[in-house]
Design a protein around this ligand. Structure first.
Ligand code: F1P
Length: 597
């Protein structure tokens, strides 16, 4: 969470910083700030709220040589101007921006408080004060020594960009939080995401954990964690990964309408079985358990993945929330396969789950959308979701793509383990469904629900997992209390909540339990509930009369059925959010990339 940018020797320093910062707004948007170096002074401007407020607040400074900027998702201290970054040393020599959490900041602060005084509640201010304490002189070498000494004191995670008023340049350091840079002649750009290098450079370097360096006097110096000078390794910028313009009113709507393209790309990419050749070194006959790990929507995709793996492979499979996995002491061995799912590939808990799996010698396979992410880089096997850039915080096209990729992987594993024919033809039905969406019906349903305080959803098996995802979308984008329950659990407690006029959404796409689920729905209707049904079954006229609205979805291969049921609810959530006058792309308190635990 939080996004940082740094620039050296670019024209219109503030404008450039702000335009790049806007591309990082998905990482947090409760406050922002810039620090610009000109001559021997540093000017700091901060604003609460979205970056457009910062844009109004700054005054351009002529001849600025370097600058740093930050968009914040508050962890330590409220989203006030005082807590917003950049943070400065007491003597005004240093300004810094930070993404991550300094875990030992309280200990460090104890020694610094009396000498320098603190103005904010943040962990980051400690770094500014440490820099001040360790500074012995103003030369480049002295300042670099100061930065090196300071970062040695820090525990936790950080991507740091630092300016000092005596130097025309930037210092930087990285541990656990993402950081990238690009160089163009005398110009330098540092950022939390390579998306910022669009229109600047066609290559960039990913700073590795523990590395630090500086760009001063038009020259880059990079050091390894042991302090040895190293050469940067540049890789080409894949421009197609950064589709950041939209003609749609919101990215969420754009991204839902792009699902058909994502499915086509997945069909094409995974249609060629050789993409799985790398898995040949995995002795599948020896794999006796599969664990799937993710957070939020990725976890819900994982829940659907467990039935795919069990049905296709006949191997035990369990799904975990990444934040629980690490502390659940999971049983893992070299015969376990841990599948990690993440859109961003930077979710802190998922990365920690990866490390745990590796420590316990399990095989690791990640399903990621951001192909240059830490999760993608550090997993034994990585498979892309091919969804394309997802900007809206609430995941839509990445979520359905995760299901589609899990489907392809389960098909390949079944082929490799059991000799079942490899075919992903089921995806064709999904592509054609994603092309025709009944916006009119979905707007009507949104119109029924958007003012409700409580919404209930029920289903059995995978239908309940899809309902969980539908509820998450409504919570994220409309802040309403939507909750999903297993239909069979109704009478074990939550039926007590059912009262007159409450909406119950029923997911019933599994014919084996159709009559049972419909009977449970009936039990809520008998207590005053108004029913909305999602089904792939043909109902009789009598049955239909019981429902306020029915969303008919095509019957497809069982593993893909969840995609059919969730697409309508992604759109309904979108229309509910808009009806509530909210911005579905930037829900309150959330961020797209959850890089803190
Ligand atoms: C997980 C996740 C998303 C959610 C939101 C916050 O992210 O919970 O599912 O929509 O963006 O983060 P990731 O690990 O899939 O990137």
């Amino acid at each position: 969470m939080c996004g940082i940018v740094g620039v050296v020797n670019v024209a219109n320093t503030e404008k450039t910083l702000i335009s790049k910062l806007k591309l990082l707004e998905y990482r947090g948007y409760d406050s922002s700030g810039i620090a610009v170096k000109n001559g021997e002074s540093i000017t700091v401007t901060k604003a609460t709220g979205e970056i457009k407020n910062l844009e109004k607040a700054y005054t351009p400074i002529k001849g600025a040589s370097a600058g740093i900027a930050h968009t914040r998702w508050a962890t330590h201290g409220k989203p006030t101007e005082l807590n917003a970054h950049p943070h400065v040393s007491s003597n005004g020599d240093w300004a810094i921006v930070h993404n991550g959490i300094i875990e030992n900041y309280e200990n460090l602060k104890t020694g610094l408080e009396t000498d320098y005084g603190f103005y904010s509640e943040t962990d980051t201010e400690t770094i500014a004060k440490l820099l001040e304490r360790y500074q012995k002189g103003n030369s480049k070498d002295e300042l670099l020594k100061t930065v090196t000494k300071t970062i040695k004191e820090l525990e936790g995670s950080y991507a740091l960009a630092i300016v000092n008023r005596f130097i025309d340049g930037i210092f930087f350091a990285k541990r656990k939080s993402p950081l990238y840079f690009a160089v163009k002649g005398e110009k330098f750009l540092l950022a939390s995401d390579p998306v910022c290098f669009l229109n600047f450079s066609d290559e960039y370097c990913a700073v590795s954990d523990g590395e630090y360096g500086c760009f001063i006097g038009g020259r880059l110096t990079l050091f390894s964690s042991s302090g040895k000078e190293i050469k940067p390794v540049f890789c080409p910028l894949d421009v197609s990964a950064f589709d950041v313009e939209t003609k749609y009113p919101h990215f969420m709507l754009k991204e839902i309408s792009e699902e058909k393209y994502a499915f086509s790309r997945i069909y094409e990419y995974y249609g060629n079985r050789s993409v799985f050749d790398k898995l040949k070194r995995l002795d599948l006959k020896k794999i006796n358990d599969i664990k799937i790990v993710g957070c939020g929507s990725a976890y819900h995709a994982g829940l659907l993945g467990t039935s795919m793996m069990e049905n296709e492979l006949l191997t035990d499979c369990k799904c975990y929330l990444a934040s629980e996995f690490r502390y659940a002491d999971p049983i893992l061995s070299q015969n376990s396969l841990v599948i990690l799912i993440s859109q961003s590939g930077e979710t802190a808990d998922t990365l920690a789950a990866l490390e745990l799996a590796k420590q316990k010698n399990a095989h690791t396979l990640s399903i990621v959308n951001v192909e240059y992410s830490t999760l993608a880089k550090n997993s034994e096997f990585t498979f892309p979701t091919k969804a394309g850039a997802e900007i809206s915080v609430a995941s839509t096209k990445a979520f359905v793509s995760q299901i589609a990729v899990l489907y392809c992987i389960s098909k390949y594993l079944a082929f490799a383990k059991r000799g079942v024919d490899y075919s992903i033809e089921g995806l064709k039905d999904v592509i054609s469904f994603a092309e025709q969406k009944e916006h009119k019906l979905f707007k009507e349903i949104a119109g029924l629900l958007y003012k409700e305080k409580d919404i209930f959803m029920i289903g059995r098996g995978d239908d309940c997992h899809v309902a969980q995802e539908a509820c998450l979308k409504i919570k994220e984008t409309s802040y309403l209390n939507a909750n999903a329950y297993f239909a069979g659990e109704l009478k074990h407690g939550f039926i007590a909540l059912i009262k007159d006029e409450i909406y119950v959404v029923v997911f019933a796409t599994n014919e084996n339990v159709l009559s049972k689920t419909l009977a449970n729905a009936e039990e809520t209707r008998a207590r005053g509930a108004k029913l909305i049904l999602v089904t792939n079954a043909k109902l009789t006229g009598e049955q239909k009369k019981k429902y306020y609205k029915i969303i008919n979805v095509p019957k497809v291969e069982k593993s893909l059925q969840g995609i059919m049921s969730i697409i309508p609810w992604q759109l309904i959530s979108y229309y509910m959010s808009v009806s509530n006058g909210l911005n579905p792309d930037k829900p309150r308190n959330l961020a797209k990339s959850v890089t803190v635990e």
